[in-house]
Design a protein around this ligand. Sequence first.
Ligand SMILES: C[S@@+](CC[C@H](N)C(=O)[O-])C[C@H]1O[C@@H](n2cnc3c(N)ncnc32)[C@H](O)[C@@H]1O
Length: 230
Amino acid sequence: MSQPPCRSPQIIETPDGSRTAHSPRFGEAYGSRHGAHTQARHVFLEGTRTHQHPAPRVLEIGFGLGVNFRATLTDAAARNVRLDYVAYEFDPAPANWLREVSEGQVGAEHPAWRQLLNRWPHAPLHIEAENVRLTVHFTDVLTADLPQHWATALYLDGFSPTRNPEVWTPEFVARLSGTLAPGGVLATYSAAGHVRRALAAAGLTVERRLGAPGKRECLRAVRDGRSLSP
Ligand SMILES: C[S@@+](CC[C@H](N)C(=O)[O-])C[C@H]1O[C@@H](n2cnc3c(N)ncnc32)[C@H](O)[C@@H]1O
């Protein structure tokens, strides 16, 4: 009989068969305990309509365990479209967590992910493999120079507003809005009133969506008023 894999105690199995991990620094899981991959697909990939974009350019705050990246990578590879992905991460998780969370999961065999595991977390982390270009900036996004009018999708995934309020302030959200290309879409799992107001104050058209399992609602916010409903 085969032995169950021996994993770090921080690793969490989630009901959809994917994994996440508990962050001791923030006292919160990196992804949804109700389904980490399901959240990545529903809130971020589909929330930004990246799964329909012919050449997505994704900006992510923060990279974490790369669950969102693998979901996006897998979708782009299946559709045979080019993917440009730029992420910020100021506290890289241990490489073995990324390995343990991704083992046997979607995207784990893609050459871009395999290269990432070999190099993580050595800067500069710039990977080009097949149709994928990934850059991870190991820096605090609050003080980083952000690309302007570039992103077709922005994944705002920097832990919850309660645990990490700095990435949810109206000032920072206004800076994030400036990274979106016309028609670009920001997605996040938080539907808190102050987050909705910050997004609207930044000039984005905010839509509430059904949340991923375990959450009633999540948000998308579109640049230049082009509503994506229903
Ligand atoms: C909820 S986790 C992200 C999960 C990730 N998107 C995934 O798919 O696995 C939040 C991440 O944001 C990072 N983070 C939080 N504040 C940040 C900041 N100011 N600058 C850069 N990274 C930040 C944290 O270190 C953490 O790895």
